[in-house]
Design a protein around this ligand. Structure first.
Ligand code: IVH
Length: 675
């Protein structure tokens, strides 16, 4: 056996780390690998084995630390040393010109030099390096406090764990960037999601955000996340005078920096660059939702200052949603969980916003008639963030001869029972409750993330279970036979076992989730939360009469009737009995206990206007997470109105009724910063 000195081994380890980092950069940033995957794996294996054998030579900045560790209980929340603001948006060249006028007025300059950069559509991240080594990564959070996502960020290969020597002086370096996914990465991830019975992500941004929120960093390591860095905090400490120099500095320090940036002498050039980016975005491998222009001279930033939300030295120019023309080949009638039949367009496949579009929503028959959309038509489709794009209209000159207006079939395409059109609604329905399409839809809804959250029970898994005859309603989920499940084509021992465990775990989900999951007509998430909080137990709700229900704020007579009809119907009450027998027992919500829990529990909130940092559903999540309820309209029973920019009539009503109006900051304070 060859005995090597610790020193020699240390040297070999350092060399391996450098080599691997170099190959990571070539592979992830330049897309130009110079060795095969096999050769790379051999280097990696050698490094891991050496580090295992010589623990004293381990280091937090080793590439082996990118594989992720054991799951966390939750993320620690830490303050940003400098708040993480965001940029204001503009939607037209005119607005960019107005921005330039403001900048010129504030600086007294006649012409301003700008950088124009591609705006990546991902998730903002703040990275802190100490003496060149990555110490901490925080998410934006509310701008002041973010989640400590260091372990997850370490798994992102394009983020250097250690910076190039000699470029960055010792001490702290704070940089900001965006974690994103390429379209190709998203597709691979969605294939894996669907394979595991999970819902695919609607777009690369959601997929990146969902990945960084995972508590198990070894799972994050499997997601093809990437990062671009574009900002240095306190740039003057590094002798940086311009944004353009900053980008160069970041590149030379080893950070991944986008090449889609231009230096522009004056606003006209900057507008031109934005329009050029807009045109070329279809060729990019990643999603962008706009361009960003920034004053190049960093010494002007102090004078320009910032509003509470965004700095005045930069602005985002948002691209219009992408549209394309294609041919409508077929319209299929899709049956949902409530029996409502919706027409879905099957189109000639076309590349749009980075994905291949094959289907588009058509809403309902009336809409098709209104736009006179016919089979064979050339249509405009648009995609703006949703997974399924929509049809905007028809190119009439391209209509083939002999087409006829479209009508929905008269029978259900799944179970063949006659479809029913009622006078009071646009929807056409299949009224056979045992229609397999409805059964599948109800189970998928029950198991969904914001209902009973049963992991592994996505559309494909439900399809297999229903068509295999293993369950014919949601109660059937709690009587699944492990052996038969494992014998289904897409399952197998392990996933069958996992699914049974998730089903078991769902038995104790909250009453609000359970009620929403039942899919009672007109009972959405908010009404479900209101009912759960008002009655506290399933038993009490079940025996409530229409009048009592109708009296509750946010319920009213129509919802009351629907709820009572569900619980009193034979099918409804049998279903509930079977669920209870199977052991489903949403915990009783003791009002007194919940109210003692905090200022938010049991309180009703109305959200209005644009909040400075939180999106609507984030604010809702924070309130609901703290036991509060989000309702849509302001009344005497509302406890708080959370108002942002342009909050208009709801704010006025709150003031008239004497309901306290609070801002985002106050909300975050009340809820403990969204913990
Ligand atoms: S500069 C004060 N440059 O878009 C924030 N942001 O609303 C300055 N983004 O928070 C950010 N690409 O998450 C900047 N080239 C780019 C960007 C970019 C994407 C994101 C970032 C930022 C948000 C702006």
């Amino acid at each position: 056996m060859r005995v090597e000195s610790l020193e020699a081994i240390g040297k070999r380890i350092r060399r391996l780390r450098r080599e691997i980092e170099r190959h990571d950069r070539l592979y992830y940033e330049k897309a130009d690998p110079v060795i095969t995957d096999r050769e790379y794996d051999a280097l990696f294996r050698e490094l891991r084995e050496l580090e295992e054998e010589y623990p004293e030579l381990r280091s937090s900045d080793s590439p082996t630390n990118r594989v992720g560790g054991a799951p966390l209980e939750g993320f620690e929340q830490l303050p940003h040393r400098t708040p993480m603001l965001s940029l204001d948006n503009t939607y037209s060249p005119e607005e960019l010109i107005e921005f330039d006028e403001r900048v010129r007025k504030l600086t007294g300059l006649e012409k301003v030099v700008y950088t124009a950069e591609m705006k990546l559509d991902g998730v903002a991240v703040a990275l802190t390096y100490e003496d060149g080594v990555l110490q901490r990564a925080l998410s934006r959070g509310n701008g002041w406090v973010g989640d400590d996502i260091t372990r997850n960020i370490r798994t992102v290969h394009s983020i250097p764990l250690r910076l190039e020597k000699g470029v960055v002086p010792p001490g702290i370096l704070d940089v900001r960037g965006e974690v994103y996914l390429t379209y190709e990465g998203l597709e691979a991830m969605n294939r894996a999601q669907e394979g595991a019975g999970e819902k695919p992500f609607a777009n690369p941004r959601n997929a990146a955000a969902g990945s960084l929120k995972l508590l198990d960093s070894s799972l994050v390591a499997k997601r093809p996340l990437r990062c671009f860095v574009f900002q240095v905090v306190e740039p003057e400490r590094f002798g940086l005078a311009t944004q353009w120099e900053t980008l160069r500095f970041l590149r030379s320090a080893g950070f991944p920096v986008s090449d889609d940036s231009k230096l522009c002498d004056g606003i006209d050039e900057a507008v031109k660059a934005c329009l050029f980016f807009q045109q070329s975005r279809a060729d990019l491998p990643y999603a962008t939702d706009g361009a960003v222009i920034k004053v190049n001279d960093l010494s002007l930033y102090g004078d320009l200052g910032a509003t509470a939300r965004s700095p005045r030295w930069g602005i985002a120019y948002k691209f219009p949603a992408e549209r394309k023309r294609t041919v409508l080949k077929e319209i299929v009638a899709q049956v949902g969980r409530t029996g409502a039949v919706t027409p879905v367009a099957i189109v000639e496949p076309v590349e749009l916003a980075g994905t291949t579009v094959r289907r588009a929503t058509l809403h309902n028959e009336e809409e098709i008639a209104r736009r006179d959309i016919r089979l064979g038509d050339t249509v405009w489709i648009e995609k703006s963030g949703e997974i399924i794009p929509r049809i905007l209209g028809v190119v009439e000159e391209k209509r083939p001869e002999e087409t006829a207006p479209y009508t929905l079939p008269s029978d259900c395409p799944v179970c063949a029972s006659p479809l029913v059109r009622s006078d009071d609604e646009v929807a056409v329905r299949c009224e056979n409750p045992s229609c397999p399409a409805q059964v599948r839809g109800r189970i998928v809804h029950f198991a969904a993330r914001n209902a009973m959250d049963i992991e592994g029970l996505g559309v494909k898994a439900v399809d297999a279970i229903v068509s295999g005859g293993l369950a014919s309603d949601i109660a059937g989920l709690y009587h699944l036979d492990g052996e038969r499940l494992a014998a289904l084509e897409r399952f197998g021992e392990k996933s069958a076992k996992n699914l049974l465990a998730s089903v078991e775990e769902s038995k104790g989900r909250s009453l609000a989730r359970f009620l929403f999951g039942l899919g009672i007509r007109r009972v959405g998430r908010t009404v479900a939360a209101v009912l759960a909080s008002h009655f506290g137990s399933l038993d009490r709700l079940r025996s409530a009469g229409e009048e009592e229900l109708a009296d509750i704020d946010d319920v009213g007579p129509v919802i009351a009737r629907s709820v009572v009809r569900f619980f009193r119907s034979d099918e409804g009450s049998r279903l509930i009995d079977r669920l209870l027998e199977a052991g489903v027992s949403p915990p009783v919500e003791e009002k007194t206990r919940r109210e003692a829990e905090g200022a938010v529990a049991g309180k009703r909130f109305v959200l209005t206007g644009k909040l400075p940092t939180l999106k609507r559903n984030e604010a809702r999540g924070i309130i609901e997470g703290a036991g509060g309820i989000v309702v849509s309209s302001v009344s005497g029973k509302t406890d708080f109105v959370v108002a942002g920019k342009s909050s208009g009539s709801k704010r006025k009503k709150a003031e008239e009724l004497g309901v306290p109006v609070i801002d985002e900051e106050e909300l975050l304070r009340m809820t403990g910063g969204g913990e």
